[in-house]
Each structure stands twice: as C-alpha cells, then as structure tokens.
Design a protein around this ligand. Structure first.
Ligand code: FAD
Length: 497
C-alpha cells in the first residue's frame, strides 16, 4: 500500500515536471473587446476609475458596501453613439456582465452604483444638442448633455427648458429622466419633466432601438436605468421670460412657515421656485439668525405672474418678515449650492429625500426637529416645492461616517422618518439602490408596473441590477437593524466609534 502510494506520487511528479505545451488560444479579453469598440482612450479597468465610477456623493462608509455584494464596476466605458452601445451590450450578454448607465451620478442613493460588478456605461460623452426647433418649440438632445449646457444653447435662441434640478451643473438629461424629474426649479410653474417629454429613443438590453411615446414614457420616468438605455429625448421648450423676482422671508415659527408655503403654493399665480430651510442649513450659504426659518420664493417678473398683494397678505397673516432684496437675490443665486454646501463642513452629509404632500410637511419637520433634540442629531433640513401639491423634502445630518454607531443610529432615525412619510401618504423621492426596500410599501402599484416592464424590456436582467424592482435585502431586515441601531444611539454618546 505504502509502496504503491510512493510510486503513484513519483509518477505524478514525473508528469508534472514535463514541460506543458504552450496553449494556443484565440480568446480575446473583455478589455480588448471593449477597446475594439470604443478605442483605448474611452475604456478603463484601472482600479482608480472603477472606484470613482462605482460611488456617488452619498458618502457611504466602506462597511456599508459589505451588504452590496460586488460593488465595484469591472470596466468603465465612455460611449459616443448608439452603435457603440449596441456593441458593448453584445459583450455584456456574452460575458453575463451587468450594464450600469451613468450620468452625473448626482442622484446619489447608489442609483448608478454596481452591485454585481459589470460595465459602468458613462453617458456623458453622448452629449449633442441635435435640434432646436423654434417653430414647433421643442429640442432634441442626446442623454449626456448637462442642464447647464442645454440652458446656454437654448438661451442663444431666446428659449428655455424652464425646468432643471438644482444639480443642473453636473446632472444630465438622461439621468434626470431616469430619476423621474418630478421636483426641480421651475416645475411648480411649468410642470414636471414628464409633461415636457414628448418622445424618447431607448436602446433595449437586446440591442434593439425603440421609440417610446405616449403613456409608455411614464415607465422611463423613474426607471433608474433598469429597463434600457435612453439614447435621445425630445422635450418641449418655452420662451425665456424677461426676468425673475425673488422674495425671502424669515419666520420664527415652523407651523406658520409651513402654512405660508401651502398658501403660496395654492395661489393662482404659481412660483418658479419655492424653498424652505432651517437656519442650520442656511448658515452654510446665506446665514440668518439661529433658530429661525427662511422661505424663498421666485416668480417670473411680469405683472401677470407676480402675486405681490397676495404675498404681502400671507406673510402678514403668519408673521413672515421680508429679508430684503440683497438677501433674496443671493438666495436665488445660491439655488445650485444650498443643498450641498454643508458637505464642505462635515465628513459625511447623510441625507434622505422624501416626496411629501405639502399639508404633511409640517408634521414631518416637527418630528425631525424633536429627534434633533431628543437624540442629539446634528440635523438640518431643506424643502423644495415640486408641484403645487407636493414637496421634495431633504432631511440631513452632518456626521462622521467613521463614527459607526452614530452614523447607523442617525440612519435609523431617517428610516423612522421614512416609515412616517409613507404613513402620511408620501414616500422616498429618489429610489436608486438604497430606497428600493421602500417600493413595496410606498408605491406598490408602481412596483408591479415596473416589474412587468422589467420582464418585457430586460428579461435577462442585464440592466442596472438591484434597483427599484429588486432589492438586496428585505424591509424587515433593515427595519430590525435600525431598531437596534437607534437603541444604541444613547450608547454611542459614551463610546468612541
Ligand atoms: C446638490 C444636489 C441637488 C439636487 N437637486 C435636485 C432637484 O432639484 N430635483 C431633483 O429631482 N433631483 C435633484 N437632485 C438629484 C439628482 O441630481 C437628479 O436626480 C439628477 O437629475 C440625476 O442626474 P444624473 O445625471 O446625475 O444621473 P445619475 O445619478 O448618473 O443617474 C441616475 C439614474 O439614472 C440612470 N441613468 C443615467 N443615464 C441614463 C440613461 N441615459 N438611460 C437610462 N438610465 C440612465 C442611472 O443608472 C441611475 O439609476 C439633486 C442632487 C444633488 C446632489
């Protein structure tokens, strides 16, 4: 037995010592295939680029990614036309690689972050303004054009899209369409992005190009790249107004601020922009006295659109004090920065966005303010009117993500706030990766429509996995985790991390 074993081992050694014939392989690597499609310059598998293309400004700490499976993209590809996308899709199918479309990555919430590796498809290099039609008042664009550049191009023709997210400098058209474009600057007056979108051209995951019109457009607004790749959009445009007029008011009382906001929203003359903020947020851009609230409202500066006497009467009734022309104009100029300015003063700006009926905003904010007191959260908040009935509400906390307990505990409070929002008839604003767990509770009808559409448009599940229709974890699991985390909140006051 023993001898046999030695002989066997010797035989094995003999065979392993023989030089292996060099294998003849014709296999081309995935990287080379991608380079063949877009050229060496527009594809990368470098770790740095893969990391940069896999995150977003949500500033999630590393441990968060443990729950996210394979969170790094394998390849980054910057596409310039539909033929290239078609070829990249073939490679993705061949090698079972997910495709994650990516615009400015400003939607946060992990919307354009991979969960199973794959190809991060940078759409910003597809950024042509194809046609501006002044006669029929529309513009035809590629998805990667930023709102800022489109605005500049339209302005040369005396036109405007009228609506844009306050992230307009980095966000691109395709990204906002895929996120829904419900609430932004201009939407209370001109209507949402859905009301501006007349047609889309979408590349299905099987590489077929399809025109989407009518009710089917609804599916792509808030589709988060899970159905297909938006490669062109036709959008309505408006004539540029002659000017804008902004008024900022200060309030001492939260309820009075919220009532004033509601009354202004309901006036016949609609604002272009209406935001509310607490002094904690304001102090990083246009500071005001601590403990107060500010309401800033902008109208088209023409008599037909400016409700001067109504504003006077509302603010008079609810003790709002006009903060003067200088403060007001500065607040309007700061519209692109106000939400993110605090980020420069903290390790991590944690936030959650809500889409709330305006008559529930007071309840949400007063509840968040009581958590600020009772749980000592470095909380601040901001709200932007999206439609005359709904507000995009952003609750934030300035926290060091390395302080695990404090970070998770504050996230737990935001989770509690989300449960409250859903009970009150609201829900998450951006869905992306992190908020997909709330879909079944907040938007069950939308979820079943999207599941049907997913099966039809992307049966093989190539497009942006684990967003909207699928979820890496369950609501119950997260709920339990955050319950524990908030219980640890008090403990976190006494321990380091
Ligand atoms: C400071 C700040 C202010 C903001 N203000 C607003 C605001 O006023 N209103 C508002 O609604 N949001 C706002 N947001 C959220 C965000 O900016 C918007 O949703 C924005 O439009 C996202 O565009 P993006 O180009 O960054 O898209 P990304 O974040 O890159 O992508 C968003 C989603 O769209 C998908 N996607 C991207 N391109 C395509 C494509 N061509 N085809 C298919 N899917 C695609 C991605 O996979 C992802 O799921 C703000 C964010 C920040 C950081």
């Amino acid at each position: 037995m023993y001898r046999e074993a030695i002989e066997m081992a010797e035989m094995k050694q003999e065979t392993t010592n023989k030089p292996e014939p060099t294998p003849v392989t014709t296999e081309v690597s995935i990287l080379d295939k991608l380079k063949e499609i877009v050229g060496d310059e527009r594809v990368s598998d470098s770790e740095l680029e893969r990391v940069v293309y896999s995150g977003d400004p949500s500033s999630l700490p590393q441990y968060h990614y443990r729950w996210k499976g394979k969170y790094l993209a394998d390849y980054v590809v910057r596409v310039e036309n539909v033929n290239e996308i078609q070829e990249v899709l073939k490679v993705a199918h061949q090698h079972k690689l997910p495709i994650i479309p990516r615009g400015g990555a400003s939607s946060c919430m992990g919307s354009s972050s991979p969960t199973h590796g794959g190809i991060s498809l940078d759409m910003k290099t597809m950024d042509k303004v194809i046609e501006i039609n002044k006669k029929s008042m529309f513009v035809r664009v590629e998805p990667g054009v930023t709102f800022e550049r489109l605005g500049n191009e339209l302005e040369k023709e005396g036109l405007t899209l009228g609506i844009y997210p306050s992230s307009a400098k980095s966000a691109v058209i395709g990204g906002w369409i895929a996120c829904g474009g419900r609430g932004g600057i201009g939407t209370p007056f001109y209507g949402s992005l859905r009301e501006h979108t007349t047609s889309l051209s979408v590349m299905r995951s099987d590489g077929k190009l399809q025109t989407v019109e009518g009710n089917d457009i609804d599916l792509f607004l808030q589709s988060y790249g899970i159905l297909g790749i938006i490669v062109e959009a036709t959008l309505k445009v408006h004539e540029i107004p002659s000017g804008y007029k902004t008024f900022s008011y200060c309030f001492h009382d939260l309820e009075r601020l919220c009532i004033s906001m509601m009354e202004m929203a309901k006036l016949e003359k609609k604002p272009l922009y209406l935001n509310i903020a607490d002094s904690e947020l304001q102090k990083y851009s246009n500071p005001m006295e601590k403990g107060r609230y500010v309401l800033t409202v902008t109208y088209i500066d023409e008599p037909d659109f400016l409700p001067l006497s109504e504003l006077e009467s509302i603010t008079g009734n609810y003790d709002g004090t006009y903060l003067g022309d200088e403060f007001s104009e500065k607040d309007w100029d700061l519209r692109y920065d106000v939400e993110f300015n605090p980020k420069e003063h903290t390790e991590t700006l944690m936030f959650q966005e809500f889409w709330m009926p305006i008559d529930k905003v007071y309840e949400m904010l007063s509840s968040y303010e009581s958590y600020r007191e009772s749980h000592k959260i470095p909380a601040l908040w901001f709200g932007m009117l999206g439609t005359p009935e709904e507000m995009r509400l952003e609750l934030m906390a300035m926290i060091d993500a390395e302080h695990y307990l404090k970070f998770i505990a504050s996230k737990g409070i935001l989770h509690k706030m989300m449960k409250k929002a859903i009970k009150l008839g609201g829900g998450p604003y951006t869905i992306g990766l992190q908020n997909s767990i709330y879909m079944s509770r907040a938007y069950p009808d939308r979820l079943s429509r999207m599941k049907e559409a997913k099966a039809k448009w992307d049966p093989e599940g190539v497009m942006n996995p684990d967003k909207v229709t699928d979820c890496m974890t369950s609501f119950r699991r997260i709920d339990f985790l955050f319950l524990l985390a908030t219980a640890f909140r008090r403990l976190s006051r006494y321990v380091g991390k």
